[in-house]
Write a protein that binds this ligand. Structure first.
Ligand SMILES: [Fe+2]
Length: 395
């Protein structure tokens, strides 16, 4: 006799039926062709290998894009309540990310204004409302204001208002905390177009539960780490024994939301009629991927959403901050089991397949065996993305 069916609810999946999505997402999904009608474009595109290897190119990207433009830094869901703060080390620049008592997000350089000591030595979010330097106990509010100086009477003319934390331009949109790493650069968040905010808000990233997060130290150029998330060509090959069979070998519906690229694709079981099924979890049959320009990746899955932020640390090294978001925390063993299984699987696929592919690709390119890399019609979003990236670099 079969075991009785376990009908314990698994909790709400993070998202969501078709009608809960943004107008832009819904319209894009309507454009997914049935698999038999899908036409794969043919393209003739190469890029020089030096874009992945050269220090000069790396420095140009840092100077013109990572330091002078808005980039995704981390996720809102790590700071769900006012008064929270955390250290952030992944960019190589010690930072503090906080949410003040009014709910406003701030990004500061993690340096006490007395002698520069790091105020927060943990990258775990803490809720305390204030931050005290371990060295001489100067205390700052989570809004960056200096509020307490030990033995203040021993300083002559110490103007506390001139010793607030050094703040970087930042903005919270769509559940992502965006920053400009050069605090003297003119604040410019024009790349965060409203359509992108509407899409990310529809995914409810800002209010999601952070089920897990893990940082990966990958020995590859950051663009090689990003490339697998801009193409479906590798999916049925690299992931043949894991998630490959879930996907179809067809092109995605691609749109630009500002400089961010959105790719929407029907899984192997997709038919256009799926969009009309009331109450159906749309992420079971459709996958949506955002390349948050320049260094973020958002990927929908049936039970969770993955957000990765790639932090270039050198031409051949990238720190990847991976976050696994569920709509709510698991509240029963069946949900916990599902989320745990999903989390372990996705870490295995990304860590041992995609990031490993980036590492072996980088190692091979570094041999000098190739002058150029070449892209197929199933990888067309990669050169499209590089076109946007290159438009911000000096000619
Ligand atoms: Fe992949």
């Amino acid at each position: 006799m079969n075991a009785p069916l376990d009908k314990t609810p698994i909790g709400k999946p993070i998202v969501q039926t078709y009608d809960m999505l943004s107008k832009g997402q819904r319209e894009a999904m309507k454009r997914i062709a049935s698999h038999e009608d899908a036409v794969v474009p043919q393209i003739e595109v190469t890029r020089p290998v030096s874009i992945f290897l050269s220090q000069e190119r790396f420095d140009a990207e840092q100077e013109n894009i990572f330091k002078k433009r808005a980039i995704p830094l981390t996720i809102s869901a790590l700071l769900p309540e006012p008064g929270m703060a955390m250290g952030h080390e992944s960019t190589g620049l010690p930072l503090i990310v906080s949410r003040d008592r009014d709910g406003q997000v701030h990004v500061f350089l993690n340096a006490c204004q007395h002698k520069g000591a790091k105020l927060l030595e943990t990258c775990e979010p803490v809720k305390s409302g204030r931050m005290t330097c371990p060295y001489h106990a100067w205390t700052f509010g989570v809004d960056g204001k200096l509020i307490g100086v030990a033995r203040a009477e021993t300083f002559i003319n110490l103007d506390k208002s001139k010793r607030n934390l050094a703040e970087l331009p930042s903005k919270e949109q769509g559940g992502i905390i965006w920053v400009m790493l050069d605090r003297h650069a003119e604040p410019d968040f024009s790349s965060l177009v409203p359509e992108l905010g509407e899409d990310l808000d529809a995914l409810e990233l800002g209010t999601a539960h952070v089920y897990g997060r893990k940082s990966f130290d990958v020995n590859a150029n950051w663009k090689l780490v990003l490339e697998p998330f801009l193409e479906g060509y590798h999916v049925q090959r690299l992931h043949a024994s894991t998630v490959g069979p879930l996907y179809a070998d067809v092109p995605n519906v691609v749109d630009k939301l500002g400089p961010t690229i959105r790719q929407i694709s029907g899984k192997v079981n997709f038919t256009p009629e799926d969009l009309e099924i009331p109450g159906e979890n749309i992420h079971k049959t459709v996958t949506t991927v955002y390349n948050l320009f320049p260094n973020g990746v958002v990927i929908t899955s049936p039970w969770y959403i993955s957000i990765m932020i790639l932090h270039p640390r050198g031409p051949d090294r990238t720190i990847v901050d991976y976050h696994n978001l569920t709509r709510v925390a698991p509240d029963n063993p069946k949900a916990e089991n599902l989320y745990k299984t999903s989390y372990d699987m996705v870490l295995d696929v990304f860590g041992n397949e995609d990031f490993r592919a980036a590492e072996i690709s980088h190692a091979g390119l570094a041999t000098g065996a190739l002058e150029t890399v070449v892209y197929s019609g199933l990888e067309a979003s990669i050169p499209a993305y590089y076109g946007i990236l290159e438009s911000y670099l000096p000619k």
